[in-house]
Design a protein around this ligand. Structure first.
Ligand SMILES: Cc1cc2nc3c(=O)[nH]c(=O)nc-3n(C[C@H](O)[C@H](O)[C@H](O)COP(=O)(O)OP(=O)(O)OC[C@H]3O[C@@H](n4cnc5c(N)ncnc54)[C@H](O)[C@@H]3O)c2cc1C
Length: 417
């Protein structure tokens, strides 16, 4: 990767990616690795994203997503700190009913891995540095983007100019690229916030992910690798709370916060200690009415942002990456113009159904579980108990959690791009 100095001259690239977060950087690697000249512009200095205080999230990466990271040679830098998710346990408030998924019932491999976002940024940056085909303009921003019939021209705040065949908006939920293209967004707030922190616990988590449903929303206890000396003794929490209540919880002192946390966590992992800072993310659903425009595609949160209830936002974004890279490379091999309408239509058609389904599923699950309505509670308990007793249905859900259902791009099938 070439990091471009301020006032760099113009570049003739094939693809311009606006936003070099987890999704944009992975797309740049996929394209760059295949020899596609790619420019990435991000407003953030990449060094800031590597700081421990930048983003406290850890992401559940499904097995199919891990395959993408392997195919793009990102995985080796991540593997050491990635915790396998061997089992998933779903339970609810005081109920005795639960649902237990054991990865062995679906095959030899784990459901996926827990990866700290900070480590993923490091691994992406490491891989980007190995690719001469990718140029990173950061911190920088697009001042103007002209999308013509035969190509795109971007002027950056630094003064650099980039000409490309295709532009891709990977600039997250508040995508200016999407808004500037006049693409409308369906948007609603869940009136919930996700409090995120890391805890150290007395007993090993045995690499089980726990999703515990409470009336305010899901309380997820997700296994982290933790220190090399004592692996399996740290977990990442996503504690969903009503937005009205979240600020007062965030303002509690250490002992009060821990007491509130314990009352939800329980004592199945022994003594608890919060390590590091805590974060609070407002939760909402967003869905762009289309993911393409003239010489423009959207990917990741810029196209769709969902409730973290099933840990799927990044997985869907990286599915977009695998599909878009495949569509672009197929067109390029045929000598077609990669920014042309029919190429972009194929990408949109391919991803639309999957993304709509996942947005609907996460939204439905959150509505079904985030309440204390008695008849719904009974239905949930019976549903969990029933699925637990139905091996074929259980297996289908497990393959879904692994990201192995649907029309998978080549990278997700362990095939080269
Ligand atoms: C609490 C919580 C837990 C989650 N857990 C999971 C999980 O377990 N598994 C999972 O799959 N997903 C999870 N997600 C979702 C996941 O974090 C997101 O889907 C993912 O980070 C989106 O990545 P992105 O690159 O599309 O967007 P972002 O991470 O928002 O990156 C956007 C990038 O664009 C840059 N940018 C912004 N504006 C501009 C601009 N104008 N010009 C240039 N650059 C710009 C930013 O600097 C940034 O680098 C979770 C989300 C939350 C809130």
């Amino acid at each position: 990767m070439k990091k471009m100095p301020i006032n760099a001259a113009s570049q003739n690239a094939e693809v311009l990616i606006i936003g070099g977060g987890l999704v944009g950087a992975t797309l740049a690697i996929a394209l760059g690795q295949a020899g596609v000249e790619t420019a990435v512009v991000d407003t953030q200095d990449p060094q800031d994203g590597l700081d421990a205080g930048f983003d406290g999230r850890a992401s559940a990466i499904a097995l199919a997503t891990k395959r993408v990271l392997e195919g793009l040679k990102i995985w080796p830098a991540l593997e050491k700190d990635a915790a396998p998710i061997k089992d998933i346990r779903v339970s609810e408030a005081e109920s005795l009913f639960f649902l237990h998924y054991d990865h062995k019932e679906a095959g030899d491999e784990p459901f996926g891995y827990m990866v700290e976002n900070r480590n993923m940024r490091k691994a992406l940056f490491h891989r980007l540095r190995e690719l001469d085909t990718v140029r990173l303009y950061a911190p920088d921003a697009v001042k103007s983007l002209e999308r013509r019939n035969d190509g795109v021209n971007a002027s950056l705040v630094s003064g650099a100019k980039i000409n490309a065949r295709l532009s891709v908006g990977c600039d997250g939920r508040a995508s200016k690229t999407r808004d500037a293209a006049g693409i409308a967004v369906t948007n609603w707030s869940y009136k919930q916030s996700g409090i995120v922190c890391t805890v150290r616990h007395e007993y090993c988590h045995d690499f089980v992910a726990n999703e515990h449903f409470l009336a305010a929303g899901p309380f997820a206890i997700l296994p982290l690798m933790g220190g090399a000396k004592n692996p399996g003794h740290c977990s990442s929490l996503v504690w969903t709370e009503r937005t009205g209540l979240a600020p007062s919880i965030m303002a509690l002192d250490e002992a009060e916060f821990l007491a509130e946390l314990k009352s939800r966590f329980g004592n199945f992992l022994g003594e608890l200690e919060v390590i590091g800072p805590k974060w609070c993310y407002p939760l909402s659903l967003q869905f762009a009415e289309r993911t393409i425009d003239k010489r423009l595609a959207l990917a990741g949160d810029a196209a769709h942002a969902m409730h973290p209830i099933a840990g799927q936002g990044l997985n869907m974004g990286l599915r977009d990456v695998a599909a878009l890279a495949e569509v672009v490379l197929d067109a390029r091999r045929l000598g077609l113009d990669i920014g042309e309408g029919s190429v972009l239509e194929r990408y949109q058609r391919w991803r639309r159904f999957d993304n709509t389904l996942m947005l609907g599923m996460t939204d439905g699950l959150n509505r079904l579980f985030s309440n204390d309505i008695k008849p719904l509670r009974l239905a949930r308990d019976l549903g969990m108990a029933a699925v637990n007793q139905m091996p074929p249905l259980k297996k289908f859900f497990m393959r879904h959690a692994m990201g192995l259902v649907g029309d998978l791009p080549r990278l997700m099938r362990n095939l080269p791009l």
